[in-house]
Design a protein around this ligand. Structure first.
Ligand SMILES: NC(=O)c1ccc[n+]([C@@H]2O[C@H](COP(=O)([O-])OP(=O)(O)OC[C@H]3O[C@@H](n4cnc5c(N)ncnc54)[C@H](OP(=O)(O)O)[C@@H]3O)[C@@H](O)[C@H]2O)c1
Length: 309
């Protein structure tokens, strides 16, 4: 079968190649891929991957083979799911606990943003408990996860401060539900009940100082590539507050709520209450312009690859 394989340090980075089809485990359905989205974590270190590696976490397609244990949607169902790799292939084995049927009125591209970006935003907000009227700070707010987090938090009644890296990234964030948009973490003032932090380094350190007593900071990324350094005596000024790490794969495997959460977000998209923010699509046969745009911070939302028959 065809798959997008890494080319290592020589070559374009990703190209279509031939690989063996997957052998699904008993709790996995075999899905024929129609779309996937690109995530920073997948493409950040492309040149360092072993040549011939199949990456890919977001899977949209049609069930070609029902899971052997009887779980999950039947053959022919249009689905979206999360895998821990090998998703950029014509056929993907997807655990049914992280697989959901897509409503007819939700396009493939819209569903493709949900496994990584959607489930990360959803879980990060859940971790904070999101009390009524909460003040929420989102860093990396113009990115794929950030744009979904702004919408989900504001829909839950939170006042959301969106932190962006550059003024030109401001466009559209207030319309998504941000109460205020600030350029750079130093421009954020006040204290926050919940902080979603994905830039790392100085952003993480500064964000930790903005945490309200009893508040929660969820750290899930390091887009800056900088190491974070939080003062070991930080807790002295933030009694009862805590910092939690989030890795979406672990959370989905551990809690077995992937299907339910994907279904909820699909319903929100279907009813027009969640905008997936797909701003770029491209055939998977020529992915590198989109990969480069993502690495260059030029994608205002999510980039999606479509798989042509
Ligand atoms: N732990 C997990 O399970 C998990 C799950 C999903 C994502 N993540 C991580 O979370 C982060 C956000 O994911 P995403 O999909 O939203 O990424 P994205 O779409 O690429 O957005 C990244 C955002 O970070 C900002 N940023 C600030 N400094 C940056 C720098 N030096 N280099 C690159 N970006 C910088 C960008 O700001 P500008 O708007 O100014 O460009 C951009 O809005 C990534 O680091 C990703 O790897 C982790």
């Amino acid at each position: 079968m065809k798959a997008l394989v890494t080319t290592g340090s020589i070559g374009p980075g990703l190209e279509l190649g031939e690989v063996d089809p997957p052998q699904p485990a008993s709790g996995e359905a075999l899905v024929e891929l129609t779309a996937t989205s690109l995530n920073r974590g997948e493409v950040r270190h492309l040149a360092e991957e072993e040549p011939g590696t199949v990456l890919g976490w977001d899977v949209v397609g049609t069930v070609a083979q029902h899971a052997a244990d009887g779980s999950g949607p039947p053959v022919g169902t249009r689905v979206v799911g999360l895998v821990g790799g090998r998703g950029w292939a014509e056929q993907v084995a997807v655990p049914t606990h992280a697989l959901a049927a897509i409503p007819d009125d939700v396009p493939d591209a819209a569903a493709a943003v949900l496994p990584i970006a959607g489930l990360t935003a959803w879980r990060a907000l859940e971790m904070g408990g999101l009390p009524l009227g909460a003040r929420v700070l989102v860093t990396g707010a113009a990115g794929g996860v950030g744009r979904l987090a702004i919408q989900l938090a504001s829909a839950a009644g939170a006042a959301v401060t969106a932190v962006i890296g550059r003024p030109e990234r401001r466009t559209g964030l207030v319309q998504l539900g941000a109460s205020e948009v600030v350029v750079g973490i130093d421009a954020a003032t006040g204290s926050f009940d919940l902080i979603l932090e994905s830039v790392g380094g100085e952003s993480l350190r500064r964000a930790s100082e903005l945490l309200a007593p009893e508040g929660t900071l969820v750290t899930y990324g390091r887009s800056s590539g900088e190491d974070g350094a939080i003062d070991p005596y930080w807790f002295g000024g933030h009694s009862g507050a805590h910092i939690e790490g989030l890795l979406v794969f672990t959370e989905v495997d551990r809690r077995r709520l992937g299907t339910v959460q994907l279904e909820k977000m699909l319903t929100l998209i279907s009813s027009g209450r969640l905008d997936p923010q797909v701003t770029r699509t491209r055939p998977w046969s020529d992915p590198m312009p989109l990969v480069q745009a993502l690495l260059d911070r030029e994608v205002d939302g999510k980039a999606v690859l479509t798989v042509n028959p």
